[in-house]
Design a protein around this ligand. Structure first.
Ligand code: CAA
Length: 384
C-alpha cells in the first residue's frame, strides 16, 4: 500500500494550487459579500479541463482519475468554496451521471460541451435537480411529475436549493412518473434551461458559499422529448443515489479543503501573533488545537482518497463516500470555528478569511445528503 500521490497527481495539485492563488484569491472577499457568481474563474477552470476531469477524452473530458479530482477540489476549496461547489456539481453529479448512464446521442449532444464547460465559446455547465421544498433528505417523497404523453413527457413541479441553477444550461431532473411505485416510479430527464415553461427564481441569499449560484427552478407544462430520458423507466431514484455517491466524494473533498485552508491560516497566524511575551503557538492551548486540526484533516484526507481509490478501482464506494463526507464536513465545521477562535478579534473580520471559511463549512454538513443521511447510509450497511 502506497500512501503517496504519484507525479501526475502532484502536477494536478500544483496546477490547482496555482489556479486558486492567482485566479480565486483576488476578489474572493468581495464576491462573497456581493454574492457574485465567479464566472471568470469557472471559465478558466474549463480551460484547465477541471470541469470534466473524469470524463473520457472521447467525450471532451480530461480523462483523469478520481484521486486527481480530490486533490484539485481540496486545493481550490482552501481558497474559494463557491468556485469548488460549481466544479463539483458539474463533474460528479452532471458529467458522471451522463457518462455512466446516458445514451450515445445524449453524450454527444450534452456531455461533450458540459465536460469542456463551454459551447460556442460561452460557459456551458449543468445542475442536478433532486431536492424540493418538501423533499430534501426524504428524496422519494418528491412531488414533481412527468406525465407520459406518447412521444414526450410533460414536466410540472418545483425543485429547490439548486447549485448552478441560474447559470446552468442543462438540468438533470428527477420526477415522479408513477407515484404508486414510490422510489421505483421516478425517472431522470435532461432538460434545457431555455425550454418554454422553465422558470428560474431569484438567487438565494445564503450564509455561506455566497458566490455560488443557488436557485429554485419551476417547471410548468415543460415538454421533454422521450430521447431525453436517462435510463429505463423507474431508474431515476437509483440514478440519483448512484450519482450522489460520487458527488459526496466531491463535497467531502470540498470540506477537506475548507478545513485545511483554515488550518494553514491558523498555523501561520499562530507563528506570527505574540501574546504574553511569545508567539501564541508556544502556548500549549493553541499548539494542541493545531495538533488536533492537523490530525482530523489528515484523517479526512485519507477517507476522501480511499473513497476515490475505490471508485477508480470500480469497487463499491457508497459507504466510503458517506464516511468521507460526514467526517470531513464535521472536521471542516470544528476546524473553522477553532480557526476563528485562534485569530481572536481578527478572526471575526472579513480580511482574515477564516470567518468566511466557517460560514462556508456549514453547507458541507447539509448538501448532497446531510450528516444524518450519511449516517443512515453507513448504519444500514453495518446492519446488513
Ligand atoms: N445505489 C444504488 N441504489 C440505491 C442506493 C445507491 N447508493 N441507495 C439506495 N438505492 C436503492 C435501494 O436499493 C432501493 O432499491 P429497490 O427499491 O430496488 O430495493 C431504492 O434505491 C430505495 O432505497 P431506500 O429504501 O434506501 O430509500 P429511502 O427512501 O430509505 O432513502 C436515503 C434513503 C439514503 C435517505 C436517500 O433518500 C438519500 O440519500 N437522501 C438524501 C438525498 C440527497 O442527498 N439530496 C441532496 C440533493 S443534491 C444537492 O444537494 C444539491 C446540489 O446542487 C449540490
Amino acid at each position: 500500500m502506497l500512501f503517496r500521490l504519484n507525479e501526475e497527481h502532484l502536477m494536478i495539485q500544483k496546477a490547482a494550487r496555482d489556479f486558486a492563488q492567482t485566479e480565486c484569491l483576488p476578489g474572493v472577499i468581495e464576491r462573497d459579500e456581493k454574492q457574485k457568481f465567479p464566472r471568470e474563474q469557472i471559465l478558466k477552470l474549463a480551460d484547465l479541463g477541471f470541469l470534466g476531469m473524469m470524463v473520457r477524452p472521447e467525450y471532451g473530458g480530461a480523462g483523469m482519475d478520481t484521486v486527481s479530482y480530490v486533490v484539485a477540489m481540496e486545493e481550490i476549496s482552501k481558497i474559494d468554496a463557491s468556485v469548488s461547489v460549481c466544479m463539483s456539481v458539474n463533474n460528479s453529479l452532471v458529467c458522471f451521471g451522463l457518462q455512466e448512464f446516458g445514451t450515445e446521442e445524449q453524450k454527444q449532444k450534452y456531455l461533450v460541451p458540459l465536460a469542456q464547460g463551454k459551447k460556442d465559446g460561452e460557459l456551458y455547465i449543468g445542475a442536478f435537480l433532486l431536492s424540493e421544498p418538501e423533499a430534501g433528505s426524504d428524496a422519494t417523497s418528491q412531488k414533481t411529475t412527468a406525465e407520459n404523453k406518447g412521444d414526450h413527457y410533460l414536466l410540472n413541479g418545483t425543485k429547490n436549493w439548486i447549485t448552478n441553477g441560474g447559470t446552468a444550461s442543462v438540468y438533470l431532473v428527477m420526477a415522479q412518473t408513477n407515484r404508486s411505485k414510490g422510489s421505483r416510479g421516478i425517472n431522470t430527464f435532461i432538460v434545457e434551461k431555455n425550454w418554454p415553461g422553465v422558470t428560474v427564481a431569484a438567487k438565494e441569499n445564503k450564509l455561506g458559499i455566497r458566490g455560488s449560484d443557488t436557485h429554485s427552478i419551476m417547471f410548468n407544462d415543460v415538454k421533454v422529448p422521450k430521447e431525453n430520458q436517462i435510463g429505463a423507466d423507474g431508474f431515476g431514484f437509483k440514478f440519483a443515489m448512484r450519482t450522489l455517491a460520487g458527488g459526496r466524494i466531491g463535497i467531502a473533498s470540498q470540506a477537506l479543503g475548507i478545513a485545511s485552508g483554515a488550518y494553514e491560516l491558523s498555523l501561520k497566524y499562530s507563528k506570527e501573533r505574540k501574546a504574553f511575551g511569545t508567539e501564541i503557538m508556544n502556548h500549549q492551548i493553541i499548539a494542541f488545537k493545531l495538533a488536533d486540526m492537523a490530525t482530523r484533516i489528515e484523517a479526512s484526507r485519507l477517507l476522501c482518497l480511499k473513497a476515490a481509490w475505490e471508485k477508480d478501482c470500480n469497487l463499491d464506494y457508497t459507504v466510503s463516500s458517506s464516511m468521507a463526507k460526514v467526517f470531513a464536513a464535521e472536521t471542516a465545521m470544528w476546524t473553522t470555528v477553532e480557526a476563528v477562535q485562534i485569530h481572536g478579534g481578527y478572526g471575526f473580520v472579513k480580511e482574515y478569511h477564516v470567518e468566511r471559511l466557517m460560514r462556508d463549512a456549514k453547507i458541507t454538513q447539509i448538501y448532497e445528503g446531510t450528516s444524518e443521511v450519511q449516517r443512515i447510509v453507513i448504519s444500514r450497511d453495518l446492519l446488513k
